[in-house]
Design a binder for this molecule. Structure first.
Ligand code: UT7
Length: 324
């Protein structure tokens, strides 16, 4: 017997205001054809008067509702984000109070950029398997529009705002790949790529958040090798092969990256879930948003074996195998 972290609830939220590619063509020198063919993105949501904590709360409330748990049952909150409300305290702590989680419950933010949700899921799963907590709220939530340079066509067409969440609960498993819940996780980082994708500022450097800047080609190259590698290592750890996998949910940064990942894994393309068209890259939120939206529309079903894989600034990367 072993303890597993079962995914018992899911939630997602995107702000109401939508910027289409045609809207962006009025701001910078770009066009719908370039953005669509190079990235797969058609539109992205952006916050108006909402903070990160507000959109995270919407996704978290839906996750608790679908799980059928009250905020009083939550005993851990991890919020993956690079766009917190304030530099300190962690937005996860504010979120706990907003949701009505019991005072005393541990809560912290996870900064691992686009790999943030996989990192947060790993931490929550480890704490559950150690018996430290029973019911965890794990959220990926971003207001990337606040760190986007809206005059830079190289980056502003890529990003969007949104939030996704899951509720994990400790459950007894056999310790085999037949179990439901999180079956394996793997995490990596390599700081020699620090400058390839970062913000232009930060507390210790410029005293302001700055804007996202990147070497798109380097990020692309690294993504198409690191994401399959993470997926493969997670599958190995879970004792499964690609033939066992029902779906892969890759971080949603670019449809061409997703196609490259599927090809490298020798996975039929239709098994790689693409959810980028209406959201763009929402960093730590892409995986939980996609997971939740695809459970809601019936694509993902109870018992499905799913591989998650992500890569982001740092560079960070990581993977997980889950069974719904
Ligand atoms: O989550 C991790 C975060 N980021 C990523 O994963 C992004 C990874 N990288 C990418 O997705 C791609 O590298 C991009 C989508 C960012 C760029 O695609 P690309 O095929 O590598 O294009 P490129 O940078 O080589 O640019 C090709 C051309 C350039 O013009 P010239 O120099 O060939 O005349 C760019 O100036 O496209 C131009 N360009 C644009 N044109 C219209 C760059 N951005 C735009 C734009 N609209 N928005």
């Amino acid at each position: 017997m072993s303890i597993r972290s079962e995914i018992i609830g899911h939630g997602h939220y995107a702000p109401k205001k939508v910027l289409t590619n045609d809207d962006l063509a009025k701001i910078v020198d770009t066009n719908d054809e370039w953005i669509t063919t190079r990235t797969g993105i058609k539109a992205r949501a952006v916050v108006e008067d909402e903070l990160n904590s507000d959109i995270a709360a919407k996704a978290a409330e839906m996750a608790m509702k679908t799980a059928g748990v009250s905020p009083k049952e939550i005993d851990l909150i991890i919020l993956a984000t690079v766009t917190p409300d304030n530099t300190t305290p962690a937005t996860a702590i504010k979120l706990g109070a907003m949701l009505g989680v019991n005072p005393g419950v541990p809560a912290f933010d996870m900064s691992a950029a686009c790999s943030g949700f996989v990192y947060a899921l790993t931490m929550a799963d480890n704490m559950i398997r150690l018996g430290q907590v029973k019911t965890a709220l794990v959220i990926g939530s971003e207001t990337l529009s606040k760190i986007t340079d809206w005059t830079d066509r190289n980056t502003c067409v890529l990003f969007g705002d949104g939030a996704g969440a899951v509720v994990l609960r400790a459950t007894e498993g056999k310790g085999t790949a037949e179990d439901t819940g999180v079956l394996s996780t793997v995490l990596f980082s390599d700081g020699t790529h620090y400058d390839n994708l970062r913000t232009t500022g930060g507390v210790s450097t410029t005293q302001n958040a700055g804007f996202v800047t990147m070497d798109g080609k380097e990020v692309f190259k690294f993504a198409v090798t690191s994401m399959p590698q993470a997926a493969e290592e997670a599958m190995k750890l879970a004792n499964i092969t690609i033939d066992d996998v029902d779906w892969i949910i890759p971080h949603q940064a670019n449809i061409r990256i997703i196609e490259g990942v599927a090809k490298k894994l020798e996975l039929p393309e239709e098994k790689a879930i693409v959810n980028i068209a209406n959201h763009g890259n929402t960093s730590a939120a892409t995986i939980p948003m996609t997971l939740s939206e695809k459970i809601e529309d019936g694509t993902l079903k109870k018992g499905d074996l799913i591989v998650l894989t992500a890569m982001g600034a740092g560079f960070t990367w990581g993977g997980a195998v889950i069974r719904l």
